[in-house]
Ligand binder design. Structure first.
Ligand code: ADP
Ligand code: MG
Length: 261
């Protein structure tokens, strides 16, 4: 009998919809077939049904949080070639991706020249944190500065800042690549408010000595750096642009093969 004509199956469908059990609704038929062919007990069958729903919900939550994080590209650490950045401590990066630094409100700063993999690693750590159950949001520093400015102009800055409190890890990408203008001090306020309340991961090509130019206030910046780096894992990305190296390789010039080896 098909699902359309079997009254029991139609009832299961209805009840699953009423109870909001989409995983069970789509998975029970296969589970029932397995149970019959393996001669499972009713209890084992029920356990398998519940496990199916638990798994489906976990996957759904993961997908929702991944999409809420708004990563520019879903890059994981599996696809990151640590041999290209020998100075980068692989074990520390993998440990960060387990997310425990978020529980203790520590920060991460990825510092290095463009194309060396900072955004890739930041995304990989962010995806790892989501898998560990945290809420993550990725945002470009210029975009955040603009949103902060707009919120201020519309007299809703406190509310806007509060909306970030539910995010466990904020990934602030490309700090200092472009002038932030009047958004600089607001970005400073954002970072200062997160201090010891949540984690921040910042990617930047600017040495700490130049952060004052970003926030447009040397004294405030010194105070912020002091706080941020107090609880920070600082990852240095050195070497040539990976993108450049890859394009050279495609053209048959293995860049750096003679120089760095
Ligand atoms: P950055 O943020 O430092 O400017 P990206 O993370 O955007 O650099 O890296 C530039 C490109 O090169 C991306 O497509 C990234 O996935 C890739 N890439 C960089 N470093 C590596 C690496 N070590 N292994 C694999 N891909 C890499
Ligand atoms: Mg980048």
């Amino acid at each position: 009998m098909s699902a359309l004509t079997d009254p029991a199956q139609a009832l299961i469908d209805l009840h699953c919809r009423a109870l909001k059990l989409p995983g069970l609704r789509t998975g029970y038929a296969a589970i029932a077939r397995d149970a019959t062919s393996q001669g499972q007990s009713y209890v084992a069958f029920l356990a398998a049904c519940l496990a199916q729903e638990v798994t489906a919900r976990r996957q759904q939550r993961l997908a929702a949080r991944l999409s809420a994080a708004r990563f520019p590209a879903p890059k994981t650490l599996d696809s990151f070639d640590f041999r290209a950045t020998p100075q980068l401590p692989k074990s520390e990066v993998l440990a960060l991706a387990a997310g425990t630094f978020i529980g203790t409100h520590e920060n991460v700063i990825c510092l290095g020249q463009p194309g060396t993999g900072k955004t890739h690693v930041a995304t990989g750590i962010g995806i790892g944190a989501i898998q560990a159950g945290y809420r993550v949001r990725f945002i470009n520093a210029v975009t955040l500065a603009q949103e902060l400015l707009q919120a201020q102009q519309e007299y809703r800055l406190p509310r806007y800042l509060k909306s970030w409190q539910k995010v466990d890890l904020v990934i602030l990408d490309e700090l200092g690549y472009l002038g932030l203008g009047t958004g600089g001090p607001l970005l400073f306020q954002f970072c200062a408010e997160r201090y010891e309340r949540g984690s921040l991961l910042i990617t930047t090509n600017l040495d700490f000595a130049r952060w004052g130019e970003v926030f447009a206030d040397a004294t405030l910046t010194a105070a912020l750096l002091d706080r941020l780096t107090h609880h920070a894992h600082i990852l240095l990305f050195q070497g040539e642009s990976y993108r450049f190296k890859e394009s050279q390789k495609r053209r048959g010039h293995p860049a750096g093969s003679e120089a760095s080896g």
